[in-house]
Write a protein that binds this ligand. Sequence first.
Ligand SMILES: *Cc1c(COP(=O)(O)O)cnc(C)c1O
Length: 470
Amino acid sequence: MRPEELRRLPSVERLAQALDADPTAQAYTPVERRAAARAAIAQRRAELLQSPAVSCPSERILERLCAAARQRLFETRSLRPVINATGVILHTNLGRAPLPPPALQAVVEIAGGYANLEYDLTTGRRGRRDAHGEALWRELLGCEAAVVVNNCAAAVWLVLDALGRGGAALISRGELVEIGGGFRIPDIMAQSGVALREVGTTNRTRLADYEAALTPDARLIVRIHQSNFRMTGFTARPTVAELAELAKRHGLILFDDIGSGLLVDLTADGLRDEPLPARSLADGADVVTFSADKLLGGPQAGVIAGRRDVIEHIRRRPLMRMLRVDKLTYAALEAVLRLCRAGDWAAIPTLAMLRASPLTLKRRAQRLARRLRRRVPPERCRIELAPGASVIGGGCAPNVELPTTLIALTPPTGSSDDLAARLRGASPPVVARAAAGRALLDLRTVFPAQEAALANAIAESVAFLEPFSP
Ligand SMILES: *Cc1c(COP(=O)(O)O)cnc(C)c1O
């Protein structure tokens, strides 16, 4: 027992006040914060009573207890914010695109109250949920109509179900791809009741191959963007315009699954072969599909856009009711589309990260490294800068590497895997790369406002031998 240390423990009220002032604890109510404060103090009291070895300098007690209480609050949640220090911009496992502030604001406004989701404010009668944002899609894509579903996989399934069920679809052998997470195009076609007509070879498919495969039951020509891989060398593939002409001549529908949903030409940023939905539609595709949370930088959703009669037909399928999105998605998506219409690409985090200059990233890494060296003694961890590359991820532009500066942490004791695990256990968790005995951090995907929390997480993670872990 250490009566004097027990006496130094703050009151629940005092700790709760400290938590009230902590910006990272604002996602919780005062009642939750008080409960966490009480639990943190009780735990510390039990530790003091049990183990005389555990001790902490008095001036840091409040700070440590605050961290412990914050950790408690945080750990009550399953879905938590993390710091993405991997440099993978569209990290599917980390939730893909972070939303821009106007989209967050729109979600907050719509989520906390009622909205005209399916209500026509002019007539006072029932309205259509899929009307939201459609005018923006028409403007941005030059399409006649568009609908939004839960994700692009759902969009592909719905298009095949609506337009191909009971018939056949022609697709190049080079496009029978797996997109990721077990989403395989041939399986989806089988699920949607469309007979698969494979055309051409893996590396070369010509227009004549499609023509030769035409049978009376053919309904669709399907073109799939090879999102997550690139073929080089002896390859050939007809253009959208050539396929559109062939489809038209034989009364078929040309369906182009684009996947990445980039609305602005980023050739100058190295994205040379990412297809643009507007271009595909202009080249004659009858219907296109793409994700809203890849290069569009919006919420998870799948967009189906194209000819009015085709989209109307899709709209009426029973599957549409099952795959529809909620009001939060419409709110976020509309806000992102408004930014696109204004050409305010810098306001969309995904695109801003993609375009962050190597010099800016280097300066940020230098600043953070200096900050860390002030807090972390060199014998605990070596902190260096190293040139590296960020990637886009999300199955987009796999051949594009964006130059960056990495912060490399080499722990003298323990392995880089241990360090990476400790970083994941920090509050908020930090996800880094581990390679060749080092943990590598890329600030491209870290928001400047997260840098202080990142520095804290690193300092805490390398302080293996610190007593009284929060
Ligand atoms: C990513 C992708 C999909 C799947 O999109 P989700 O939104 O993840 O469901 C489908 N097709 C292509 C070509 C893609 O790149």
